[in-house]
Design a protein around this ligand. Structure first.
Ligand code: NDP
Length: 479
């Protein structure tokens, strides 16, 4: 009986597609050497009509639009689910919300998208092949997906100075996330490098905690908006030094304690004692994956065709900071997300994959294994720590805090990796605000931090954000 039903369904499917192929010339078109042949789709597995890479405002808005236009959409969340807005505090320029925090805004968007039945994968894409159609996408654990259209919404990453000491002290006093680490700098002296809106925002996040925040601006003026500069003037413990370039970062191996500055006006070198170093010097686009595969401009941003979100490969679109280094606003990224989804829908229809066809074939083609999660225990006392750290299995402790957006973003990753290594390693959360004794005993100075312990012995520490692939690799070393 089931076999018969399957035969009838497959027959109808082939008939449906054959009719479409016959009636639509474009259903088997060749553009720039790529054959967009709809019957190839039938031979593929893990077929995604709209694959969105990235889950910031651009990616999530693309998800809303693509789904509402009638196409099954899969969002690869990447290493920073929610994108950079999750690392900010107040957002006051999102229409309809006079004031909302960045993490709250992204959570609202995520819920909106989930309610529409968009699928999410807690994974990053490691490799793409845009020379064949369906396009091929591989995650870090080598799982392959076939995408009929792709929306690149990978955003950008914070720039670094590339000076001595920066990498050595990364996570040991050198960081980019003020909202995560500010509480660790109570009564301390910190610097913020940069003169844009983000730098001012970071200085303002640090000011309630630190004794003194010194902003180091390389020119003799800020790039930031006048509104942000005006706010800065109202805060007493923020000082601004202009014409300052950082040349070296020093420390005592455990933590940063000094920097060398060059005054580009007086040409003098000087040293400054510091407890924390916060970088905020702009961003680079996350386009490494696409080098040589789509056209990028000289700064590495995706090049678009006219006023559309089309890239140089038909069927591949882009939205948000990955193609925009002029406006770089959450709202403009979201706008691009909507345009990219409309462009993707037009493309799918042009090759014969209409919303009606999608409805018929998607149940068979879209057979994706979505991410599995395992609930993990939380500990807060030294007795509980003793118990888990002396167990047979190695244990990984995830130190997080409610005020740390990257920590919140990483909890699903932690639970996803926990599901992968169930029975081989124990995964435990520690909320630093509720586990003072553990934090002191294990000398935790930053969130997120990860500590691996086996039979009472600390095997490793890691003090930064990890995506699922990096965490998988990290964990594999201890089992
Ligand atoms: P920006 O590109 O606006 O600013 C980067 C800053 O870093 C500039 O002052 C730049 O100096 C400085 N800089 C760059 N390279 C170096 C270096 N090697 N050494 C020292 N300083 C350096 O980036 P932001 O991240 O601040 O902002 C990005 C976008 O996000 C902007 O459009 C901004 O308006 C927006 N934004 C808005 C906010 C708000 O409205 N509340 C909050 C945060 C961001 P120079 O000027 O000399 O080039």
């Amino acid at each position: 009986m089931r076999k018969n039903k399957l035969r009838i369904f497959t027959g109808l499917l082939i008939f449906g597609l054959a009719t479409i192929l016959y009636s639509k010339k474009l259903s088997c078109s060749k553009v720039k050497g790529i054959e967009y042949k709809l019957d190839n789709v039938l031979k593929s597995e893990n077929v995604v009509p709209v694959a969105v890479i990235g889950s910031g405002p651009a990616g999530l808005t693309a998800g809303i639009y693509a789904t509402r236009l009638g196409f099954k959409t899969l969002i690869f969340e990447g290493s920073t689910p929610g994108g950079q807005l999750t690392g900010t505090t107040d957002v006051e320029n999102w229409p309809g919300n006079r004031k909302i925090t960045g993490p709250q805004l992204m959570q609202n968007m995520r819920e909106h998208v989930s309610d529409l039945n968009v699928s999410f994968l807690q994974d990053s894409i490691a490799k793409v092949n845009l020379d064949v159609w369906p396009f091929e996408l591989w995650t870090h654990d080598n799982k392959k997906y076939n995408a009929l259209s792709v929306i690149i919404a990978t955003g950008s990453k914070p720039k670094t100075l590339q000076i001595p000491g920066e990498q050595e002290y990364w996570g040991k006093g050198v960081t980019t996330c003020a909202v995560c680490d500010a509480p660790f700098y109570k009564g301390k002296d910190v610097v913020v490098v940069g003169g844009g809106d983000s730098a001012i925002e970071k200085a303002m996040q640090l000011a309630p905690h630190a004794k003194l925040v010194t902003m180091l601006v390389r020119k003799d003026s800020f790039r930031a908006s006048q509104a942000m500069q005006d706010r800065l003037k109202q805060i007493n413990n923020i000082k601004v030094l202009y014409n300052q370039e950082v040349k070296n970062i020093y420390g005592d191996k455990e933590h940063v304690n000094e920097i060398e500055l060059f005054d580009n006006k007086t040409k003098q070198l000087s040293k400054m004692r510091i407890d924390g170093f916060f970088l905020s010097i702009g961003h680079d686009p996350n386009t490494d994956l696409f080098k040589g595969k789509i056209d990028l401009d000289e700064l590495g941003y995706v090049e678009l065709e006219g006023r559309s979100q089309k890239t140089s490969v038909p069927g591949v679109f882009s939205a948000g900071d990955v193609d925009d280094h002029v406006y770089m606003q959450a709202v403009s990224s979201a706008g691009e997300g909507s345009k990219a989804a409309i462009d993707a829908s037009n493309f799918l229809q042009s090759i014969g994959f209409t919303a009606d066809v999608a409805k018929t074939v998607e149940p068979k083609l879209f057979n994706i294994d979505l991410t599995k999660y395992l609930e993990v225990d939380e500990i807060s006392t030294l007795e509980e720590l003793d118990k888990v750290s002396n167990s047979e299995l190695p244990v990984i402790l995830d130190f997080w805090a409610e005020y740390c957006p990257t920590c919140i973003q990483m909890l699903p990753t932690f639970k996803a990796v926990a599901a992968k290594f169930e029975g081989k390693m124990k995964f435990v959360k520690v909320n630093v605000d509720e586990a003072e004794d553990i934090v002191k005993k294990l000398y935790v100075l930053k969130v997120p931090s990860f500590i691996v312990i086996k039979q009472g012995k600390i095997l490793s520490r890691y003090h930064d954000v990890m995506d699922k692939a990096q965490m998988t690799e990290f964990v594999e070393r201890f089992i």
